[in-house]
Design a protein around this ligand. Structure first.
Ligand SMILES: [Ca+2]
Ligand SMILES: [Ca+2]
Ligand SMILES: [Ca+2]
Length: 246
């Protein structure tokens, strides 16, 4: 009987739907206030942005820095604590490149956006609004055909002006996977812009929105072939054991 219960439990475990994703943190700033886990940003009114970009009325904004220091010393910070030691995590968020970012191929470039998790810079990519939208991974020379490791960049809107100065702004959905909290369960994430061409202020700035930090979900992550082999072998052994007993 114990074996049967074990087998049923195992089968139920295999059929649990993908809603098992655990949300560690989410924020869209629509309360019109900045939660205490953040520092280094101000609210930016995004009510004039078309709904398709998904920003609602507010995003978190950083217009600090200037040539050439960038905003690395004055980032937007997000500090989470109380997680499991080395808790694995994924991050999804809206990135808004505000005004005349110069990419890697114009005067006053490069302009780079970076995401640092604890001590490591895990994401760094060039964005351009001036004289046409280009971004890392869009496939055009010299922006390349690939995005930074463990990340995806999806363009949501470009070649229109909605925010701050009259230069165009562009909107992206960025996913960054495969990082983790430190041994004490702290997850410190820093968002900043920089590069030798960074001008800051009303010339170029950035905002973030719709942050979603989740624990990796084994039901939606693509398992290694070895994982399925192990699961299949375990199930086969269990079935064989049960058929011998009956
Ligand atoms: Ca928002
Ligand atoms: Ca603008
Ligand atoms: Ca620049």
């Amino acid at each position: 009987m114990v074996r049967i219960v074990s087998l049923l439990t195992f089968i139920i475990f295999l059929t649990v739907p993908s809603s098992a994703t655990v949300i560690l943190f989410s924020q869209n700033f629509e309360s019109g206030t900045i939660p205490g886990q953040f520092y280094g940003g101000t609210l930016l009114n995004t009510s004039g942005v078309p709904p398709a970009a998904g920003d609602g009325n507010w995003a978190l904004y950083n217009n600090s820095g200037g040539t050439p220091q960038g905003t690395a010393s004055n980032p937007i910070g997000l500090q989470l604590s109380g997680l499991q030691p080395f808790q694995a995590a994924n991050l999804q968020f809206t990135f808004i490149a505000v005004d005349s970012w110069d990419g890697v191929d114009l005067s006053f470039s490069p302009d780079l956006f970076s995401v640092q998790v604890n001590p490591d810079v895990l994401f760094q990519a060039a964005f351009r609004n001036w004289m046409g939208t280009h971004y890392t991974g869009d496939g055009t020379y010299p922006y390349g055909s690939t995005t930074p490791a463990n990340s995806t960049i999806t363009l949501l809107s470009s070649d229109n002006n909605y925010l701050v100065s009259s230069a165009n702004d562009s909107f992206y959905d960025i996913h960054l996977d495969g990082f983790h909290a430190d041994a004490a369960g702290n997850l410190n994430i820093y968002f900043y812009a920089g590069g030798a061409g960074w001008q800051g202020g009303n010339d170029e700035s950035f905002a973030i929105d719709n942050l979603l930090i989740t624990a990796p979900d084994i039901f939606t992550e693509t398992p290694e072939p070895g994982t399925w082999l192990t699961l299949s072998a375990g199930l086969a052994a269990l079935l064989a054991h049960r058929s011998r007993r009956s």
